[in-house]
Design a protein around this ligand. Sequence first.
Ligand SMILES: Nc1nc2c(ncn2[C@@H]2O[C@H](COP(=O)(O)OP(=O)(O)OP(=O)(O)O)[C@@H](O)[C@H]2O)c(=O)[nH]1
Ligand SMILES: [Mg+2]
Length: 378
Amino acid sequence: MARKPYYLTEEIPKTILVAIDAPYNRAVYMHSYFEEFENLVKSDGIPYEHMIIIKLRDIEPATFISKGKLQTIKNECEERGAQRVIISERLSPVQIRNLEDFLGCKVMDRTDLILDIFEKAALSSEGKTQVAIALLQHNKARLAGKGIHLEQQSGITGLRGGPGEKAKERERRHIEQQILKMKRHLETLSKSRAVQRKRRLDNQVPLVCLIGYTNAGKSTILNALTKSDVLAEDKLFATLDTTTRALSFNGKQKGVISDTVGFIQQLPHHLIEAFKSTLSELQFADLLLHVIDSSDPNWQSHIKIVHEILLSLGVEKKMLYVFNKIDKVDDANELAVQAQEYQPHILISANNKEGLKPLVEYLKQWNPSSQIKKTTES
Ligand SMILES: Nc1nc2c(ncn2[C@@H]2O[C@H](COP(=O)(O)OP(=O)(O)OP(=O)(O)O)[C@@H](O)[C@H]2O)c(=O)[nH]1
Ligand SMILES: [Mg+2]
């Protein structure tokens, strides 16, 4: 069952954000984590009334949030007439259902939010198909939490194997068939990429891949290095589609360079799974440029998150740490010291020609066959 994007519904529901400082969160600077959450909501184009910040000592299995804090959220919703709550964390289908019942309004979690952004940002046929697969997988998982509603629809409650269960089973099978269809389509699409890759490998054209946390400046770097105009904006997940361009210096081609989808903490599993076919291209890279927004106070935890995602994809490659946006860093000396831990690295500012120089020089001198320290450890 296809989800209806919010912008196709007649009215945008009044929305309240709930930003949670959860015990598992490794961000050192929570204000920056909350800002990232607000940016996700803005990137999804959702206007909101208010943001509540709560700190949790434990996760409540049934509702994620403890009773007392839930009551505070409920009061806020009632006072502001909110019809929707967006939670900064990843919740289980049952937790979402329980929260909706308690709060009496629609609940969207981190996964819903990120999937929504991806759904709008996908442009290519491959990107769209990958997002569609992730959405279908997500809907399938959500069916578990929807049990009661389907039972109610059929007028019978609590009977195992009753009409509600059958409706759920029918829906599940329908979703599985659609997933299978989409996956076949994706296979056809990735074949053309395999042909291009073979041609590149046959001709021994080196591949450089830009990777990193979302909004780090990957597309800005690709544009500056190749004089392209890939969409680069202050928005999370501006890029979903892989763009590959020739990388040339002084009229001589050095190789090709690819832009990839950005990463984020708690990226929905279904998305990583669905994007595996595009991300598998990283396996064939000769060099990864790991782009870091050094002006974000949480840049160290962002590096860890990128390492973890690469590990989960089985990607272990030569990597250059590219500390970007140094023009926005308050204490450049401190950054230079902290960056020593990440080798090899360079410090750049991609938004001006002078600032980009260290990267240009590095790539000019780069010898694809030489060894650079392999690093994906945290
Ligand atoms: N101040 C400053 N801003 C920069 C620099 N590099 C990029 N930006 C800005 O950072 C924002 C994000 O840049 P993008 O290039 O879109 O980032 P990205 O890594 O491709 O992001 P996603 O595609 O969303 O993962 C844009 O508004 C850029 O103009 C820099 O060196 N300094
Ligand atoms: Mg981008």
